[in-house]
Design a protein around this ligand. Structure first.
Ligand SMILES: Cc1cc2nc3c(=O)[nH]c(=O)nc-3n(C[C@H](O)[C@H](O)[C@H](O)COP(=O)(O)O)c2cc1C
Length: 386
């Protein structure tokens, strides 16, 4: 690679170019300590810690893992949002982060069932957050009660295998039986499940257009781009040190970073190779996507957002059970002036226009080669210091 090429892609385009070049002797594997949480915890662990060890594997926005738990009262877990881990630019009302509390609760509940406990969950025991700002009140208080009648949940078997897949997907459509299982997985929760496949080409094209447009805006809006750069963890050392955020571990990106050619404090110009490269990589993923699924809800209060999170992880576990991968596309759902047009377009397309309902999750769905787990900080990092 000549120097000019090297400099041209520095500052973000390296993400697009990442797979293109490899350096000998440099592994892209995740550092073992960053993904240690994906091993089954020992059954001898205290029940609260055992269920929490599963809950912290939940999908969550930007992998910030903003879950604080308080174990001061025996048999009780009090869950709060970590207010130091917010996303003010891309999630200004913390809707995605409240959804991410819900994904945690659902896995906690499933893990408790697995061990013969009923998780008595009281959502927002001290009242719901304001619609625009979370606060330090608990999102849930959970009491674990032994219950001989409790039914295990078959989706639990897939908790350790569920991973967000951001790569290319195969072109074949999801099997109808799998789609039915996805729809069934969220029954009883206050969400509407929707799906589109190649059987509806005009609709698919609209999904593609909105996804690509919204991603472009995320990249050319300096404040949203920089928010992701802030939580980029590049190379095994940073990944192992933080065990959160968005991991980049290809030798090419690591080399550029080591040489000081990727400055994460600066947003790249919209017409730079840096940005256009990332856009074309994303567009190729969208082009490869054989289906999209979504969850919308009539209400958009904090309890509904929590329950949408419970629904989302169930959906992804059902997909995992059927060999399908998912990749959420949150950009068009973000409550930002820059995304207003895409927000309107996706809501109209999904039958949620004019404020009739809120699209809580919208994701790619398809078959794909296996992907790696993402890092987790581990239980100790979530225990509130009293
Ligand atoms: C509310 C919410 C929004 C998300 N939005 C995106 C997104 O826009 N793009 C993306 O690549 N992943 C998105 N994700 C997936 C997370 O980045 C992912 O869950 C996290 O990095 C942890 O990885 P894992 O799911 O493989 O455990 C979202 C997840 C949740 C729960």
């Amino acid at each position: 690679m000549n120097k000019r090429q090297f400099l041209r892609i520095a500052g973000g385009g390296l993400i697009a170019a990442a797979g293109a070049t490899t350096l000998p002797g440099c592994s892209s594997a995740m550092p073992a300590e960053a993904i240690a949480a994906w091993q089954s915890p020992p059954a001898s662990l205290d029940i609260r810690r055992w269920v929490l060890a599963h809950a912290l594997l939940a999908p969550n926005a930007h992998n910030l893992q903003g879950w604080l738990v308080d174990l001061d009262t025996p048999d009780v877990i009090v869950l709060r949002m970590d207010l130091t881990r917010l996303l003010p630019e891309t999630d200004p009302w913390s809707r995605q982060l409240v959804i991410s509390q819900g994904t945690f609760l659902e896995l906690l509940d499933m893990a408790a069932r697995e061990r013969g406990y009923r998780a008595e969950i009281e959502m927002f025991p001290q009242g719901q957050f304001d619609a625009r700002a979370p606060d330090s009140r608990p999102t849930a208080s959970i009491r674990l009660v032994r219950d001989a009648q409790i039914q295990p949940d078959p989706l639990f078997a897939h908790v350790l295998r569920r991973h967000t897949h951001r790569g290319l997907y195969e072109s074949r459509s999801p099997a109808p039986a799998a789609v039915q299982a996805l729809a069934a997985s969220v029954l009883g929760l206050p969400v509407r499940f929707g799906v589109v496949t190649a059987a509806e080409p005009a609709q698919m094209q609209q999904h593609r257009d909105i996804a690509m447009q919204a991603w472009r805006i995320e990249l050319v809006t300096p404040r949203t781009l920089l928010e992701s750069y802030k939580v980029l963890r590049i190379g095994p050392k940073e990944i192992a040190q933080h065990r959160d955020g968005l991991s980049l571990n290809t030798p090419f990106v690591r080399a550029l970073t080591a040489l000081g050619l990727f400055d994460r404090s600066q947003a790249s110009a919209p017409d730079s190779q840096a940005i256009t490269g990332q856009i074309s990589e994303f567009n190729a993923k969208i082009a490869s996507t054989p289906a999209y699924v979504w969850l919308s809800s009539e209400r958009n209060d904090r309890t509904t957002q929590l329950l949408s999170g419970r629904a989302y992880v169930r959906l992804q576990l059902a997909a995992t059970a059927h060999g399908l991968s998912m990749h959420p596309l949150s950009q068009a759902l973000q409550e930002l002036p820059e995304q207003a047009q895409n927000y309107k377009a996706i809501h109209q397309l999904l039958g949620a226009g004019q404020g009739t309902s809120t699209v809580q999750m919208w994701t790619r769905l398809g078959y794909a080669a296996a992907t790696e787990p993402s890092p987790r900080r581990g239980l100790q990092a979530h225990l509130a210091k009293s």
